[in-house]
Design a protein. Sequence first.
Length: 94
Amino acid sequence: MIQAKSTSCSRNWANGSRTWASKALDRCFVASGVRRVTPHGLRHTWSDLLRRVTSADVQKALTGHTTDAMREHYSHVDAGEKMGAAKAALKLVK
């Protein structure tokens, strides 16, 4: 049985209460002023970063995605990236 040492975070982790853990992390994020981060959110971030610097095949290998559909599900082109690409393309025709 694992017990947290802090009285404010004391918890029996044997039952794996994800809800309790999420609430505890939320309190920590609020207290520190850090935007909430989740493992799932980090998966999207990692996929986005890989998409910007490597090929689709390498991205799939590093994320464990086996299909392009799954790779695309976790990658999102943001407005800044679209604007940068548009500006670069316009420079080619000037």
